[in-house]
Design a protein around this ligand. Sequence first.
Ligand code: ATP
Ligand code: MG
Length: 573
Amino acid sequence: MEATNNKPAGESAAVNVDFIRDIVGADLRTGKNGTRVATRFPPEPNGYLHIGHAKSICLNFGIAREYKGTCNLRMDDSNPCKEEQEYVDSIKNDVRWLGFEWDGEFHASDYFEQMYKYAEDMIRQGKAYACNLTADQMRETRGNLTEPGRESPCRNRPVEESLDLFHRMRAGEFADGAYTLRAKIDMASPNINMRDPAMYRIRHTSHQRTGDTWCIYPMYDYCHCISDAIERITHSICTLEFEDHRPLYDWYLNQLEVPAHPQQVEFARLNITYTMLSKRKLLELVNTGYVNGWDDPRMPTMAGLRRRGYTPEAIRSFCARIGVAKANSTVKVDLLEFCLREDLNARSQRVMAVLNPLKVVIDNYPEGKVEDLVAQNNPEDPSAGTRTIPLSKVIYIERDDFMEAPPKKFFRLAPGAEVRLKHAYIIRCESVIKDEKSGQVLEVHCSYDPTTFSGGGAETRKVKGTLHWVSAAHAVDAEVRLYDHLFSKEDPEDVPEGQDWRASLNPNSLQVVKGAKLEPALAQAKPWTPLQFMRLGYFYVDPVDSKPGALVFNRTVTLRDTWAKVQKKEGES
Ligand code: ATP
Ligand code: MG
């Protein structure tokens, strides 16, 4: 974990404390930006947002909220090759779903004209030049960590000539790659980013917003600092890999008459065990059909997590708990699941569902009799109301809850043993009917004790096991999808020589259970209501594939709390 604060989760947390908030607070006290705090969340619309982005969203929007500032949503759309409107729409939807609303909605492409003018200014000042080295030549002459780079022969091109070439680049006179516009900084700088970086490249590609207006596009570093400056961002918060780019960020802004000079602050990006947080790799999983789209419930995308049954509260709580630090680290996925369970425990409706049904006949229960048992929907929340559960002579229990020859401490059903049916009576196993050939148990016959009704005040006898069950005649069928981590390695990149992250994919990340039996109230189940299938986990109606009469449920997370165990172990060691 990045931060070792024991504050309560999410919204209940007091004011968040971290080094970025310290900087923002200090700047407010010294009046560095007057009384303004302005942040932005700047995704590139080249994929769906993942939970790593959630960390950045919670940070940027959170700071704006806490310091009564503003936070813009800016589509960082300077690379037309990979960007699509579908991604823009999904990003907006996901930010809102997570619970945040932006102050301004902008696109880097809104500033293309202004950026172009700034680039002309730089050429006129002798700070930029048109260069006709190929991409390969640029790489070869850049030098490396021990050797300085070599200056381009175009470096001292007269201003008028560079200006003319730059205009013609824009006018579409040249093919992709024929020219770049480069900043004239220092080919011997120890920071390779400062060795005459490219500012513009030629790309004859339609842009999802500007269409064919442009055939030159600004490079990330040039584009990002100017976008921040135009929006008068005070704190440009980004991930650590941009630390080495900060001198360039500042250099560009120092050359130009920009409305503001934002401060870039870097923090550690989120990594989670058993999880891949890279849009490029997630896109590959989508494109190869390894998963069923960006919203596959196994995906760490916001869309996938949402479809799986994650709540925005759980994700915000997770982001608050991991905190913000300046050193990269990996958070255990167990913490994410812990935050999820904590939230679902409070809001889930408790229901009964049997995934792998075994038929149980209660021999002494009157034929044709049905009792409507009243059950609380959520013992944690009386306002969630009650519902009725029918009990009849034939029920299903979980096949795992019966053993013919049980080991010691098996407190479930076995020949001669007694268990309680949740919300109902104590039953006792009297006999077993098996398939003669296979030996498989076909049905179990029990007796029930009518004096042991649950909550009836007559619970004279206690039994150790309580089983969930459903009435066979009333049960509704459903498909249930059980998920495991998408990767079977804690660090998916940790693979033997010659292999790559794909080798870490977990072949058993999805298990489909057909023919699950659910209590009848679930026939009306709709998405957006979290459910706890008693003793099995938290489940969620699949919002895409589930149809009335053909229900599909996703297991959001199991009940088992491995995080508590992890913490206990860490505390002991
Ligand atoms: P990816 O590598 O997944 O494509 P990215 O950094 O290229 O991610 P952007 O769209 O550029 O994705 O990211 C938008 C914002 O979200 C950036 O400020 C970026 O630093 C932040 N961000 C992206 N991934 C993470 C992460 N894993 N943890 C924290 N912040 C992240
Ligand atoms: Mg990026």
